[in-house]
Each structure stands twice: as C-alpha cells, then as structure tokens.
Write a protein that binds this ligand. Structure first.
Ligand code: 13P
Ligand code: SF4
Length: 314
C-alpha cells in the first residue's frame, strides 16, 4: 500500500485512476460512506446486477462482497472485475457450499426440486439452481415458479419464510442466516420504538420473524430509499446494516434516520462489507487486482438462472 503524503486526496486519486482505467465503480448500500461517495452507482443486489450487465466500461470495480463481484463477472465476462478485498465474504453464502447443495439434491432426487437461490450464494450454487432472486424481487420470482414443482429455497431461511408469508407458496428452506440481521431482536427494536414512537420501523427481510412482525415495512435496501422518500413520516428506524444510513441521509437530507440497535450495539456492521476501504479501492484500481475469475463452464451454468431472473425483473 502507498504511504499517504500530506495533503494527498485519496478520493481524487481514486477518481483519477478510475478515468485512466476506463472503470466503473459499483457500490452496495452497505459500503463505507467514503466509498459510496466516489461510486458511479450505489444500490442493492438487483440494481447492481443490472448495472454490471449493462456497463460498457473496461473495468468493473465492485465495492461489495464476493458473491456480488462474482455475479458481475458472470453477467459481463468480457470485463475485468475487481473486488478491493477478496476476503469480503458473506455468512449466507458460507452456509450453503455447492457440494452440500449438490449432495442434498441427489439425496432428495424424488422431490424433483425447483431450486430458487437467493443471490447471496457462490457461482457453484447458482450453477445448481433454476433461478436466482434478490430481496427486491423474491416475491415475484416465487409467484412465477412452476405450480407443479416442489420448491427448495436457498440459503436464507428468513427471506424464504417472509416470501412464503407474502405468497402463500410452501417451500423447503435451507437453514442459512445472515449473521448481521439475526442480531436484531424483538427487545432491541421494541426499546428503540419506545424512544421514537412516531418513526416507522423499516426492516430487511433477512431479519427474524419476531423482528419482521414489528416492522411497518419489510423490503430490500433499494426499496427502503423509495419507502422513506414517499412516506409522510419524518423519522424512521432502519433495521439493517449501518451503511444504509449514509445513503438515506444523503438522498433524503430533510428526514431523520435512526439506526436499529441490536442487543449488543447501537447499530449493526457487516464485517465482510466493511473489509473494503478507500485505500484498498485505490490499490485495486492501480493494480487491477484482486481480480475475479472462474472457469468458463461454471460461469455459463451460473449465468442462465441469473438471466432468467433479470428477464423477469424488468
Ligand atoms: P439487498 O439486495 O436488499 O441490498 O441485500 C443485500 C444484502 O446482502 C443484505 O444483507
Ligand atoms: Fe452477507 Fe449479511 Fe453481510 Fe449481507 S449483511 S453481505 S447477507 S453477511
């Protein structure tokens, strides 16, 4: 890593390198504020997938976690895709290794499962799936699933349970969780609501049933922006990862956003999302590394279920 000289403007250097590389910076809503502020696009998994597919830049710098950068490479293989920190993983993705899913499907071949995979999974899991979904389109994807097939929903049991509630469709659920969203509890949200009784509770569907029950709105991170902008309320309790607060405060400066607390801390950070820093982003652009690569046969198998999702989500 380059030592910082006095007066060195890291953000300006990132923008200079971005231009030199003909790169686009895509950032998830959970990235640190300094990264969100230099990004060309900040959004949720669905919006980021569309942007990655459509870009004509030579390089995609993906400021998010590994499965997101991998998805960008799958949908736009001609581009150089870099992720500032290769260790930016995801507890949901880890909970469902491709080998375990493959074994499960073999053991339950009699069920002839239609596999719906939440995008928070590896390329190997995507390659074993019929269709991908995100939190932004999961309800729509499940409604469109063949009526005569058993559905296996992987890897997030909370998102899966929420979609079952919304659609009435029964599904078998993989037992994965997001370690960040399950930290919010009924007690922690009830106590903040006592302090701000007029503020609607806006929660991500990766939260537990007990927390979702308390929420006025359950939605993807992108839909949180729309909900808060259009609501008549002036303050909101945001029950998701802390990075979301920066996006909301920046885009809707006249309203107040309160971090949903957990039992242990005042707001929740995803340790994987927070692995990316502005310094690492600068180094990634300078070195065009770490780069996301995968065997072409795997990429092609993983691409089809993503394309099915994108076509249903237009
Ligand atoms: P969104 O697609 O709603 O941004 O969710 C991504 C994620 O990782 C939530 O933890
Ligand atoms: Fe994965 Fe949870 Fe982090 Fe999202 S917040 S990237 S689901 S660990």
């Amino acid at each position: 890593m380059v030592a910082l000289k006095e007066g060195y403007d890291l953000a300006a250097e990132v923008l200079r390198l971005k231009k030199q590389r003909n790169a686009i910076i895509l950032a998830h809503n959970y990235q640190v504020p300094e990264i969100q502020d230099v990004a060309d696009y900040v959004g949720d998994s669905l919006g980021l997938s569309f942007k990655a597919r459509e870009t004509d830049a030579d390089v995609i710098v993906f400021c998010g976690v590994h499965f997101m950068a991998e998805t960008a490479k799958i949908v736009n293989p001609a581009k150089t895709v870099i992720l500032p920190d290769l260790d930016a993983g995801c507890s949901l993705s880890e909970s469902c290794p491709a080998e375990s899913l493959e074994e499960f499907l073999q053991q339950h071949a009699d069920k002839n499962y239609y596999v719906i995979a939440y995008i928070n999974c590896s390329a190997g899991v995507k390659a074993l799936s019929d269709i991908i979904c995100t939190s932004g389109n999961a309800v729509q994807i499940v409604k469109n699933a063949p009526a005569d097939r058993n559905i296996l929903f992987v890897p997030d049991q909370n998102l899966g349970a929420w979609v079952m509630e919304k659609t009435g469709r029964k599904m078998d659920l993989w037992r994965g969780v997001c370690y960040v969203h399950v930290e919010f509890t009924r007690n922690s949200i009830e106590s903040i609501r006592e302090q701000y009784p007029a503020a609607p509770v806006v929660a991500h569907p990766e939260c537990t049933f007990a927390v979702r029950l308390l929420a006025d709105e359950v939605c993807s991170t992108e839909k949180m922006v729309k909900y808060c902008r259009e609501s008549r309320a002036e303050s909101f309790i945001i029950v998701t990862e802390s990075g979301m607060l920066h996006r909301l405060r920046k885009e809707i400066p006249d309203k107040t956003f309160i971090a949903g607390p957990t039992d242990r801390c005042a707001c929740a950070d995803c340790r994987f999302m927070k692995k990316n820093t502005l310094e690492k982003l600068r180094d990634a652009l300078a070195n065009l590394s770490p780069e996301i690569r995968m065997p072409e046969a795997l990429r092609k198998r993983a691409e089809l279920p993503i394309i099915r999702m994108l076509e249903l989500s237009r």
